[in-house]
Design a protein around this ligand. Structure first.
Ligand SMILES: [Ca+2]
Length: 148
């Protein structure tokens, strides 16, 4: 018994584990992925192996659609719903295929960086020089100096 939380490891020393479901908080119907990594007695870890489990509605049937992932331009191909099932014991009697249009590449809208927080800068202190009155000395030279 183990409660699984997305991306949180459940480590055991046994090869099987129960995915215990709280009836008040069940996994929603749809595909759910699980991964196993094993570690040997030398501490070497394996690559991960993943499986997809389809959680199915008990009353309504479950659609399972398979198709080739790559088809050449201009080529016809099959959509295959034969793996669809009705877990409640009924039988799937009708297959409703719908073309949903091209798979659009969603480009995330660039989020502008928030305005940088203004860094308080010190207000420059003005350099105040004291006002001084220049002092001049005036007078008459006693002897004229020759011009050079
Ligand atoms: Ca049914």
């Amino acid at each position: 018994m183990a409660t699984f939380i997305i991306n949180q490891d459940v480590t055991t020393d046994t090869p099987t584990v129960e995915v215990t479901i709280d009836p008040k908080n069940p996994l929603p119907a749809g595909r759910h992925r699980f991964r196993l990594i094993v570690v040997d007695d030398s501490g070497n870890a394996s690559a991960g192996d993943e499986v997809t489990v389809i959680i199915a509605d008990i009353d309504a049937p479950t659609a399972v659609l398979n198709a080739p992932s790559i088809v050449g331009t201009g080529k016809s191909f099959n959509l295959d719903g034969s793996k669809s099932f009705d877990i409640g014991g009924g039988k799937v009697t009708k297959f409703i295929f719908t073309y949903l249009g091209p798979n659009l590449v969603i480009t995330p809208i660039p989020v502008p960086f928030p305005n940088p927080i203004p860094i308080p800068r010190p207000i420059p202190t003005p350099i105040i020089t004291p006002v001084t009155t220049p002092v001049f000395t005036t007078g008459v030279s006693p002897t004229p100096q020759p011009l050079t």
